[in-house]
Design a protein around this ligand. Structure first.
Ligand code: NAD
Ligand code: UDX
Length: 464
């Protein structure tokens, strides 16, 4: 079966970049990315390709090449579903904020809405691909809805979880460690559908890196991969606290440990805590699933990864208060970085938000500089927590476009994101313009301690 038309529902951090790369690599396939968010679609269609809604190194060039040729962004969801042979569902699956499973389970309402819309609109057979991260056995529910509310056409459901990380999305998509495709491999129709998706990826990915499994293994592998990755960060962060008490240096420990080829070097960078839209949500979902099967030890084991992460954010913030003579009331604290990691404008679950909230509760004044995050986003993130009025957030937090302005007149500077540019600043100038003693808190272990101490900073870094 040759796929000619793809529709992707959801033009977000996954749908946008993934479809842009598929379109670039498969010029004979028409790819239409649809979304109900009109502003987002308008931004994807902006004449100036630098204004696309997602910042990812290399992404604008890919979009520039394919957009208007075989890559289209549209709000006409039904038309795109109707003409597609293959439909990717790439909508958000956030943690539920209401009802049963509140604060733990994945909210599948957007997924279900997509399934019902596909069922209503489709007039010919379709392959439906789960691109969103979903609880294991979601494909069963999807199939049920499609088969029972549809127009009698046939559906094959595939699971094709996305492993890209933000900030490196284009590289990850061009050269993935593996692509995972789960399908009903025991039936002819299922096999054909799997093969059709394999053929798409095989345009640029070596066949041996395209892994096929049953649907449930594929769904569960995605949750497992994120849980393992997050667990490494929590493990090294747990050690960072012990390092601070003992004179060990967490970077040195990570290097020594990571050189054991069984452990490996990657994902052992201690930080102010992991953020991003995936790790916390997916682990909470995993914990919820384990609990729902009565697997309490399994649930508790993974839950500890989140507990450790919350502790890391809190202890970074409380250390600032403690070090500033036990009060930050009325003191100006400059934040370098707001994004959850470098090279992205995404701030979802960023540690910076929680550190800021803690310090605002202690009556601090905060000034934020981030190279890619917009002012309105910082306020939206704080307002979402509902800790204080929107007016108060705007009075007590300032967002500026210049790092030197952010730091000027501050009691302390805190590094929350590991943007490369931070290390290259004129730190002497920053020091000269600060109140003394000038405190510097490095939540990313990014800055070189010796130089900063020579300038005169009181320097604190995670894990040493
Ligand atoms: P996102 O919020 O950036 O994008 C989702 C988009 O779907 C939004 O623009 C929203 O308007 C749209 N949408 C929701 N319901 C819709 C509907 N019924 N019709 C049309 N559009 C609809 O989310 P994301 O970060 O792209 O994540 C999408 C999925 O991919 C999630 O399940 C996530 O867990 C998973 N994932 C994310 C990442 C990542 O790094 N962000 C990586 C791997 C997997
Ligand atoms: C993650 C997974 O890596 C990716 O495979 C999945 O598809 C989506 O979730 P993402 O959240 O975009 O990707 O970024 P990632 O690089 O994993 O970083 C997540 C958080 O962990 C960031 O806040 C990052 O700063 C932090 N982190 C990561 C560390 O603190 N230390 C590390 O060693 C690695």
């Amino acid at each position: 079966m040759k796929i000619k038309n793809i529709c992707c529902i959801g033009a977000g951090y996954v749908g946008g970049p993934t479809m842009a790369v598929i379109a670039q690599k498969c010029p004979e396939i028409n790819v239409t990315v649809v979304d109900i968010n009109e502003n987002r679609i308008a931004a994807w269609n902006d004449e100036d390709v630098e204004n696309i809604p997602i910042y990812e190194p290399g992404l604008s060039a890919v979009v520039k090449e394919a957009r208007g040729r075989n890559l289209f962004f549209s709000t006409d969801v039904e038309a795109a579903i109707d003409s597609a042979d293959m439909i990717f569902i790439s909508v958000n699956t956030p943690t539920k904020t209401y009802g049963i499973g509140k604060g733990m389970a994945a909210d599948l309402k957007f997924i279900e809405l997509c399934a019902r819309q596909i069922a209503r609109v489709s007039k010919n057979d379709k392959i439906v691909v789960e691109k969103s991260t979903l609880p294991v056995r979601t494909a069963e529910a999807l199939k049920n809805i499609l088969d029972n509310t549809g127009n009698g056409v046939n559906y094959q459901i595939l699971s094709n979880p996305e492993f890209l990380a933000e900030g490196t999305a284009v590289d990850d998509l061009m050269n993935p460690d593996r692509v995972l495709i789960g399908g009903d491999i025991n039936t002819e129709g299922g096999n054909e559908a799997v093969q059709a998706l394999v053929d798409i990826y095989a345009h640029w990915i070596p066949r041996e890196r395209i892994l096929t499994t049953n649907v449930w293994s594929s769904e569960l592998s995605k949750l497992t991969a994120n849980a393992f990755l997050a667990q490494r960060v929590s493990s090294i962060n747990a050690m960072s606290e012990l390092c601070e008490k003992t004179g060990a240096d967490v970077n040195e420990v990570a290097k020594a440990v990571g050189m054991d080829s069984r452990i490996g070097q990657k994902f052992l960078k201690s930080s102010v805590g992991f953020g991003g839209s995936c790790f916390q949500k997916d682990i909470l979902n995993l914990v919820y699933i384990a609990k729902s099967f009565g697997l309490n030890e399994v649930a508790d084991y993974w839950h500890q990864v989140i507990i450790m992460n919350d502790h890391q954010k809190k202890r970074f913030a409380s250390n600032i208060v403690k070090t500033l003579f036990n009060t930050v009331s009325g003191k100006k604290i400059a934040f370098l970085g707001w994004a959850f990691k470098k090279d992205t404008n995404d701030t979802r679950e960023s540690s910076a938000i929680y550190v800021a909230d803690y310090l605002l509760n202690e009556q601090a004044e905060i000034v934020v500089y981030d190279p890619k995050v917009k002012r309105e986003q910082v306020y939206a993130d704080l307002d979402y927590l509902n800790s204080r009025s929107e007016d108060e957030n705007r009075q007590r937090v300032r967002v500026v476009n210049d790092p030197y302005e952010a730091c000027k007149g501050s009691h302390a500077v805190a590094v929350l994101t590991e943007w490369d540019e931070f290390e290259n600043y004129d730190w002497q100038k920053i020091y000269d313009d600060m109140l003394k003693p000038a405190f510097l808190f490095d939540g990313r272990k990014l800055l070189e301690r010796k130089k900063k101490e020579e300038i005169g900073f009181e320097f604190y870094a995670i894990g040493s």
